[in-house]
Design a protein around this ligand. Structure first.
Ligand code: PHE
Length: 453
């Protein structure tokens, strides 16, 4: 067990690994399409408020539980919970959510690998309809998506079995800087296109007439998703932090990295889309259908540039997905490793096998075995809905109530290390937030998602 608790080797490693969990498909895929459908700059403005007032306090909460427990998420909650109370199950919920979402997330990450391959092989050609049918045919086929899901899970497995320092931290230190460089190359190319200015102003000039309750609630949900809240990831990584780590400061740094990547993703996509007159409000299909077409058209004068940028874009997307997948995998690996007293390798093998099975059924439910559905929705959609829109808000809500109302104040305050004279003020703001602001806001998203208002 001591090997797993060795923890991160450096502050940079800790920040990059946790930012790697946060930066993922949520930034490059979900954030741009939500910005597109929710009116641009106004959504971004509200999103930043949500990150600041809700996302950061929730991230700090998970940090507190994880570092205090210095064990997997299930046990970390149990250690803080009053003996025999139901609160320890909240940690199990985090692990279960993390496990289920790993399989589903691996399928989408696998699509990114296929698109990287397809860009390299120059297969993403033709008009919009041709690219749309490429996506539907591919995602509904039986073999290829499952193949890529297996590849990405095996790669994740390889990283995980090398431990926290030799695997997770090392991979993050390589992948995160690469991701930034790729991002910058594409942003610069996209912003230099003729007519790119319209895309930039869509991102930065708020049009308040677009504001409605949906924009607000989408921004809230996205801020949680993007910071990897309530899936056990943040809590598990925090269990590898040392007492010297300033939790609030780290949460702020990670949120800044995450938000910068999201904005850069917007700057990569919207200027190019506007320059060829493509509307950015196509929803989830934005990066798999709209974008290949945009790349092709925007750089039609220099096709080789379109080719290279498309390849770089899907490489970037795959990297972003892998670092998140690693953190998701680690949630369950740490759980099996510590609870069943297995070796890290065996625990990781159980997780890889289990999540591959989940991924297999999710992927097949999109076409080859469309009978795999519940109430008319494919298993894939059910997973997306149940984990992202039911378990995530419930886990986040309960975590805030737990730290705000159940755990003794001095235990929580004890984790506010390294703040000097600011400590009491910051702690007061934090407690107010987890007692009132966060739970009420999460309740609002949850009820809205269930259609109550
Ligand atoms: N934060 C990740 C993203 O932006 C998604 C994620 C959610 C990853 C929960 C891990 C856990 O894509």
């Amino acid at each position: 067990m001591s090997e797993s608790r060795a923890g991160f080797g450096s502050k940079l490693g800790l920040i990059l690994a946790t930012a790697g969990s946060a930066v993922g498909l949520g930034n490059v895929w979900r954030f741009p399409y939500m910005t597109g459908t929710d009116g641009g700059a106004v959504f971004i403005l509200i999103y930043f408020f949500c990150i600041l007032f809700l996302g950061i306090p929730c991230m700090v909460s998970e940090f507190i539980i994880g570092r205090h427990g210095a064990s997997n998420t299930a046990r970390a909650y149990a250690k803080m919970a009053p003996k025999g109370s139901f609160w320890r199950w909240v940690g199990f919920l985090g692990v279960a959510t993390g496990f289920l979402i790993t399989g589903y997330y691996a399928v989408v990450a696998g699509w990114c690998l296929q698109y990287m391959y397809a860009s390299a092989a120059n297969q993403l050609q033709g008009d919009h309809a041709a690219i749309a049918s490429y996506f539907t045919d591919f995602s509904a086929s039986a073999f290829l998506p499952v193949f890529w899901t297996a590849i990405i899970l095996l790669f994740t497995h390889y990283v995980i079995i090398h431990g926290v320092r030799g695997g997770i931290e090392k991979a993050s230190k390589m992948f995160m800087p690469t991701l930034f460089v790729l991002l910058l190359v594409i942003v610069v190319s996209s912003c230099m296109l003729p007519g790119a200015g319209k895309g930039i102003s869509f991102l930065f000039n708020p049009d308040f007439s677009k504001l409605n309750s949906n924009v607000f609630l989408d921004a809230l949900g996205q801020s949680f998703y993007s910071l990897s809240i309530a899936m056990g990831c943040i809590c598990t990584y925090a269990s590898y932090f040392s007492r010297q780590t300033n939790l609030l400061k780290s949460a702020v740094q990670i949120s800044i990295i995450d938000s910068v990547v999201a904005i850069l993703a917007g700057l990569m996509i919207f200027p190019a889309a506007f320059s060829v007159g493509v509307s950015p409000d196509s929803g989830p299909s934005l990066i798999f259908i709209t974008l290949p077409h945009v790349f092709q058209q925007a750089f039609s004068g220099v096709p080789v540039l379109g080719y290279v940028l498309s390849l770089l874009f899907y490489a970037l997307l795959s990297l972003a997905a892998i670092t998140s997948l690693i953190s998701l995998h680690e949630v369950s690996t740490a759980f099996f490793y510590e609870e069943l007293h297995l070796t890290r390798k065996k625990a990781a093998a159980i997780v890889t096998g289990g999540t591959l099975t989940v991924g297999l059924f999710c992927s097949l439910s999109l076409g080859a075995m469309s009978s795999l559905s519940i109430a008319g929705h494919s298993l894939f959609d059910v997973f997306d809905f149940v984990t992202g829109q039911i378990f995530l808000p419930i886990g986040g809500f309960l975590t805030c109530i737990f730290l705000g109302w159940v755990v003794p104040r001095n235990v929580v305050k004890d984790e506010f290390t390294n703040w000097g004279t600011l400590r009491s003020t910051l702690f007061g703001a934090y407690i107010f937030s987890v007692r009132y602001v966060c739970p009420l806001s999460i309740l609002a998203i949850f009820l809205h998602q269930l259609g109550v208002f």
